[in-house]
Every structure is written in C-alpha cells, then in structure tokens.
Design a protein around this ligand. Structure first.
Ligand SMILES: [Zn+2]
Length: 867
C-alpha cells in the first residue's frame, strides 16, 4: 500500500472518530470513549476486554487437507459472559475480510466490521451475561508452519489471531474443545486429551476433550506423519511424537527423554505443592522447530535435535537437553497454570522456568560445576548490557504486536542472575513459600511481577520494591572499580569498591559481593554489601599485598568489574595456575571484558588460551576457552593476524583432540577445529575426515556432523566447492535434512552471483518461512572469510528488519541481524549501520535496540583493530 493513501485514510478515520465522540458527548455527557481498535492488541483494548469478558469457551473444528496449497476451513463457537454492551465486541483476526465467511451472534446472522485485524461487532447485538458467537472462516496459514507431511501451530506471543478469530491476549484464558479432520494416514496431537479417533470417508477425525483455562498463545496442535512412542513414569502416561528416520538414534535417546520428563514432573509437584495441573502430558519433536521448545500445556513442542542427540554429543549438550526438558516442564506451573497478565512480564515465566530447571537438573549432573556453568548467564547478559542497545528486564509494552521484541538475553540470562540475587536476599525458605503462595493464589489465572514481589515483600524484611525497581525496571550494569592503597611497608592500608553508573545518572545497584584476594598459597574471601556508591572492604587493613583481586569472587556479583593493573598483569601471566576452576572461570570472564574495553589485546588472550588448554581440566572452562578462542579468531583478528596464529592454534587443538579421554571433550575440540581451520594442511585433513578417508578414534560422526564439515570446506574454496556440496547432498538420507541442505547450498556457493540472488530471494517473505534454515544460510553468507563480498547485504538486511519483525517469529529479527553482522568488523560496515540509524531517527525504538545489541561486537572489534 502506498504510504500517502494510508495517512489520508487515517486522517479520515480520526475525523470520524472525533465527530462520533463529539456527538456522544453531547448526547450523553459522559466520558465513555470507544474502545481502541487499532491493529494488533493495544493495552487499552486488552484492559477493556479483560474487565468485561469472562467464562470463555472455544469449540473449534478444522478441516485440514493434505495439500499445502489447499485452504483449511474452520468452524468456531465462542461462548462467554459479557458485562458491558455499550461498547463494541472486538475479536482479533489478522486475515483479509474474505476469510470470514459467516458470523452469527446468539444464533442470528450479524453485521460486523472487518478492520485493522479485528472483527468488530456492535455491542447491541449481545446480551448482558451469556453470549455465543459462531464463525465460519478460512484459517490463516501464517503461523501454521505447513509442510508437505505435517503442520504445527506456533502462536506465541500474538499469533493465534493469525489463524483463528479469538480474544488474543494472555489474560483472557479460555477452555478449548478441538476437532480436527485430517488426511487418513496422518495423526494429531493437541492440548486437550484425545477422546476419540474415527475414520470418516477419506479422512480421519480427532476429537479432543476440553482443556483447562489456557491463554491463546498456548493453544497448540500438530498434525501429520509422526511416529508415536508411549511410556509411563510414576504412573503417568506420556506420548512422544517424532519424525526421526534413524531408528538407532530414537532408541538411543527415548529412555532418557521419558525419564527426564518424569523426574521433572515429580520434582515440580514436590517443590510447588501442586499436582501436575493439566489433563495429560505429550510432547512433539519437530524438525527445524523455531525454538528449543515451547511449553504448550499437554503438548510441548521441541526442536527434534535438542532432544535426539547424536552419538558425538558433548556433556554440555546432555546437560542442555536435561535443562530444556525441565525448563518446559516447569512452565506447566510457571507460565501455563499462572500466566503473566500482559507480555511485559513474559520474563517472569522464563526466569522461573530457568530457575526451576536449574534446581531440577543440577543434582543429576554432580560431575558438573553448576556455579561455574551459571557464569554463562553473565557472559550472555553482559553481551546486551554492555551494548548501546541495553534494555531493562521489565519493558513497557503498549501493543501486543511488539511483544516479540521483548525476548532476548536480558530475559533469558540477566533475569536468572537477578532471581538468584533475590533468593539470596530473602533466603531459600521464604522464596519457596512465596512461590507456593503465588501459584496457589493465581492458579489458572494471571499475575504480574509486582503481585509476586508483594507476596515476598510481606514474607521478608528486605525492601524488595526498591530493589526490584533498580534491577528489574532499569537497563545497564554498574561499573565497579577496586581502589587499593598500601602502607610504606607494603601491607594494605585500605581497599575500597566504587560503583559508577555507565550513563552517569547516579543510579546505584545494591548487591552482595564476595571480594576475593588471591595469594600464592591461600586466598581470602570477604563478603561485602555494596549498598552505596562506594564501600570500604572491612578487615583488609594490614593484609599482605595480594597477587590479584576479584571483586566478583564466587561469581554472584553483576557488573563490569574493571581490573586493576596488578591483577591484569598477574592473570595474563598466571591464570592457568589458579587452583580452583571457579576462580579461573571468573578470571576469564573479567579478562574478556578487559579485552573488549581495550585494556588487553586479543593476541594476549589467544596465547593465554592456548597455554591454559594445556592444563585446564574442567570441561566448562575448556568450553569457555574454546568459545572465546573461536570468537577472537574470527572477529577480533585481521586476516594476517589469523594467518600468523593459525598453525600454532590448529596444532594445539589437534593434540588435545587426539589426547582427550571423553567423547564430549573430543567433540568440543573437533568442532572448534572444524570452525577455525584455515591452513592448507588443516583443510586437507578436514577434507579427509569428511571423505571418511581419515577417522578420529572415539568419535562417531553423524549425518549432521558431515553436513557441517562440508559447509566449512565449501566456504574455504580450496577444492571444487560445487563438488563438495553436491556430494554431500547425495549422502544425506534424512528427507528433512536434505531439504534444509538444498536451501542452504546457494549461500555456500563459491559463485558470488549465486549468493547474490540467494540473498535477493530472502527479501520475499515466503522464502524466509523456515527461519532456522535462513539463519544458518545468512550466517554462511556473512562468514568472515566472505565478509568483503557480503558487506553489500548489510544495508538491505537492515531495511527488511521491520518487515521481518512483523512476519517472523519472536526470536527471528535478533537472530537474523546477529547472523548478518557477526562476520564483519571493517570500518565501512560500521559506517553502513551508523548511517542507517542516522537516516531513520524515528526507527522503531525496540528494533533499534536489537540492531545496537547485534552491532556491539562489530563496533568493538573495529575499534580494537582499526584504532
Ligand atoms: Zn521458556
């Protein structure tokens, strides 16, 4: 649509509204205004509906044909109580008017207005009290993920209304009864219990029983060709649906998958004091599912590869799987039973699920240092909080159609840190009591973050409201400096911690810290409550001069802990000698920040990392080092610097690969090598492994492993890229993986014009339908080895980001822009981004934050490399 026409239309409407309001005022003299029907679901509309609509029930019947292009037809009955008929009743349906075939109110055909993604019906058609709307319609395909052999819904956060007419907001929970007509050979799964399954002519009909009250974003069904596995744990039946063709992989994994779900349910019932709150427990493993998992009650959806692990899977993938299963299972209570009132609090369900997930899983992995693992949250949250696009945990949300932009590392990583601080502040017992009270009080209903803080505040002595204001409602992190003075004879006179607001707004982040003073033989840890701008660390007077100081010792503190010169020098020389893995983890965390702020060089860190790998024994630290190595290698070195270090690095990694004692370690080293290998010798070795002329004892590679190897080889362009890709394509047996590879292939081509036209194709929405495929392909397009030729895609990618936000799934805009910018660090690419932002001063503020977050690495790398 032409933008001028749109503005003219808006003006006309405004005039009409104004006139209408004016007449209304004259006639009735009251301030009753028409409910807001702008596109999406505004906070105002949501408020009005939640106050006036109750006892919602949906009966939905869908007729799903086998062919993807044939429309799905639907019949829907919505029953509800209404307490205000002076206003229009506004349903949400984000499809063209012709999708609505018939609307009846309480049995009679009715007039309605299909406008701005709504079906608007005059209140006078309704009764005070019970009402029924019957709608015949064509189902919108946008969030149905229709494939040749299966389809599945994904309605979070505001996509239910793209498929079916509904009141699409989290605090209007409904009971759903679903009937699905599907092709004969297909099966179906949904939130409700399966009551009956019959054959009717050429179709199969699945009747699902009524659900408990659930929010629209949790409504779900999947239909298609799926295998079905049933198991029972602690007297509860569970069904797993999947499409994996590798039977050995299925049988190798399924026992563990059922066990993990079973024990997560038991743990949650015990912790919360509430039995599993829904009728049944099924889950569906979906190829190329957009997220790790989605917590639809009674029908959790997972990305298949996050549960079906390869034989070469690492320890952290096993732990990741257990964590994911516990996370989604915890959502049955935290999110599904008690749901946020509005999506501004979506972070609460995520943080509870993560927090509970950790408590559930950690004891089953005693060999893993969980405090050290928790440190990963800091790395990931800092990635946003150090950027120019930092956002607060609880962000205001005016319209549900922007809800997708709320998700990110702050919700998934900073919030768990803050929750840990909260549990420390009030104590474990009070925390659990508060949680139980919260779940009981708001069962099958909705609650805000402040409702929980209110409950905890009453149970504890701390002033949680002001604490919450700083940590939850403000972005950024404090900068914390150490100031230390010595007496003439070299002992400590005074040790002081000072905090600064990076935005100079005088904000103060209160937190409890453990200051760690490192000595050659023993260490001293001193607890400090940093309540003000600065605090003198008690009991340090008279101590010997330490080798190093970690103010965030024990890893609880959150901020940019700026190192003093002595500490920096000591750690760069002696980090591998620190005798405790947690200390080494914290030291790495601080050194990484140190490099990003330009205090130490990428080269120093790479050499330290290579040295550290010789003695490091903790798998988490090894993985942290490998991630850092890869990041520095590709993003913080210039071509010639990479060439200079490559042989040393590859040789070291290869030695570790062959010496490693576990599959997990071997895989970690192999994957790093696969990513960073650039020497001729290294590439031909990788090619031999890929061609199966060479093997690595102790690792059995899966089809996916070979696909990744082929992609890396193709990008290096040492031998015939097209041959490698075609050979790999022929070798793929699994049909879903084959399709994915075919999609990604042009992004790997050595022919720039093929890559160009592939990029062009991404501008069309239909070519971005398989988002994980697109993300992977975009990553390859912008691989650092191809950064020069890919730079021209940056600007057009920024230009389509708004459209991607409107058409894609919640994580996709950030992932797309991250994949786009990750491979670049040239001054010219920085300029492209800055120009774009300057040219559009009115650009969507939330998306602008996403761009700034994604650019942080590029900005810093370019400053470090081109200063
Ligand atoms: Zn979640």
């Amino acid at each position: 649509m032409d933008s001028l026409v749109e503005i003219a239309g808006d003006e006309k409407k405004m005039k009409q509204n104004f006139l209408f309001g004016f007449i209304w005022l004259i006639l009735f003299g009251c301030d009753n205004e028409l409910v807001d029907t702008s596109p999406g679901v505004s906070w105002e509309l949501a408020q009005h509906r939640s106050k006036t609509i109750s006892n919602l029930e949906y009966d939905i019947t869908l007729n799903i044909p086998e062919t993807v292009d044939n429309p799905i037809l639907g019949l829907e009955t919505i029953r509800f109580n209404l307490s205000d008929i002076s206003q229009n009743v506004v349903l949400d349906f984000r499809q063209p008017e012709e999708y609505i075939h018939n609307v009846k109110i309480n049995g009679s055909s009715s007039n309605y207005l299909a406008e701005n993604q709504h079906i608007i019906i005059d209140g006078s058609f309704f009764n005070l009290g019970k009402n029924q709307i019957d709608i015949e319609f064509r189902v919108g395909d946008m969030s149905l993920n229709r494939n040749d052999e299966f389809l599945y819904t994904l309605f979070v956060p505001d996509r239910a209304a793209t498929a079916i007419p509904c009141f699409d907001q989290p605090n209007l929970k409904g009971r759903y009864t679903l009937t699905l007509y599907i092709p004969k050979e297909w099966t179906a799964v949904a939130n409700g219990p399966l009551l009956d399954e019959i054959e009717k002519e050429n179709q199969r009909v699945f009747y699902f029983g009524e659900t408990q009250p659930i929010s629209t974003y949790l409504l779900a069904f999947a239909v298609g060709k799926f295998q079905k596995l049933t198991a029972e744990r602690n007297g509860r039946k569970m069904v797993m649906y999947h499409r994996e063709t590798d039977e050995e992989k299925v049988s190798r994994n399924s026992e563990a998958i059922f066990n993990l779900h079973g024990s997560a349910i038991s743990w949650l019932e015990e912790y919360t004091g509430i039995d599993y709150p829904f009728h049944k427990f099924d889950f569906v493993l979906i190829p190329a599912f957009q997220y790790g998992g989605m917590e639809h009650p009674g029908a959790i959806f997972y990305k298949d590869v996050s549960l079906f692990l390869d034989e070469s899977a690492t320890k952290s993938q096993y732990l990741g799987r257990a964590g994911l299963i516990s996370h989604e299972t915890a959502h049955m209570w935290f999110g599904d039973l008690v749901t946020m009132n509005w999506f501004d609090d979506v972070w609460t369900k995520e943080v509870f699920a993560n927090f509970m997930g950790g408590k559930i899983v950690n004891p089953s992995f005693p060999e893993i240092n969980h405090d050290l693992r928790f440190l990963n949250h800091y790395s990931s949250a800092y990635g946003v909080d150090r950027s120019l696009g930092a956002n607060q945990i609880r962000q205001p949300l005016e319209n549900l159609n922007m809800a997708g932009t709320l998700y990110g590392a702050i919700i998934y990583s900073k919030a768990p840190v803050v929750m840990k601080h909260l549990e420390l502040l009030v104590g474990k017992e009070i925390f659990r009591n508060g949680m139980q009270k919260y779940l009981k009080q708001f069962s099958y209903r909705n609650a805000t973050w402040l409702d929980l803080i209110q409950i905890l505040d009453e149970l504890s002595n701390e002033d949680l409201k002001s604490w919450s204001k700083m940590w939850v409602e403000e972005p950024d992190r404090p900068i914390i400096d150490v100031a230390i003075d010595f007496t003439p004879n070299g002992t400590v006179r005074r040790l002081k911690l000072k905090q600064f607001d990076p935005k100079k707004k005088n904000r103060i982040w209160e937190q409890k810290l453990n200051v760690h003073l490192g000595y050659t033989n023993s260490d001293i840890v001193i607890p400090v409550y940093l309540k003000n701008k600065s605090v003198i660390v008690p009991k340090t007077k008279g101590l010997q001069k330490p080798n190093y100081i970690l103010p965030n010792g024990e890893g609880i503190g959150y901020g940019y802990f700026r190192m003093d010169k002595t500490t920096r020098g000591y750690l760069l020389a002696h980090l591998p000698e620190l005798n405790n893995p947690m200390k080494r983890g914290i030291a790495w965390l601080n050194l990484w920040e140190d490099m990003l702020y330009g205090f130490s060089s990428p080269n120093d860190l790479i050499h330290l990392a290579i040295r550290a790998l010789e003695t490091e024994t903790d798998i988490l630290n090894i993985q942290r080092i490998l991630v850092m190595l890869t990041d520095i290698f590709w993003h913080y070195l210039l071509d010639y610097q990479r060439q200079a270090i490559a042989l040393k690095l590859e040789t070291a990694l290869k030695t570790h690969l062959y010496n490693a004692q576990t599959v997990s370690l071997k895989s970690s080293f192999f994957r790093t090598l696969r990513s960073i290998t650039i020497t001729n010798g290294g590439i031909s070795w990788l090619q031999n492994v890929w061609m199966k002329n060479d093997s690595i004892s102790g690792i059995k590679f899966s089809e996916r492993d070979y696909i990744y190897m082929a992609a890396e080889l193709a990008i290096r362009e040492k031998s015939e890229t097209t041959d490698i890709l075609n050979t790999q394509l022929k070798r793929i047996k699994n049909p879903d993986r084959k399709l994915r590879f075919m999609f990604v292939m042009p992004a790997l081509s050595n022919d720039e014009s093929i890559r160009d036209s592939f990029f062009e194709s991404l501008k069309k929405e239909e070519n971005r339908a398989r988002e994980p495929w697109v993300q992977q392909a975009v990553g390859y397009l912008h691989h650092p080895l191809r950064a020069r030729s890919a730079q021209k895609y940056i600007r057009p990618s920024l230009e389509i980001l708004e459209e991607i936000q409107q058409t894609g799934d919640i994580f996709f805009p950030a992932r797309f822009i991250n994949a786009t910018l990750a491979g670049h660090h040239s001054l010219s690419s920085v300029e492209i981004v800055n120009h774009f932002l300057e040219e559009y001063p009115d650009y969507s503020p939330r998306l602008k934050l996403k761009i700034l977050q994604a650019s942080d690495r590029m900005f810093r790398a370019s400053e470090i490399l081109h200063q």
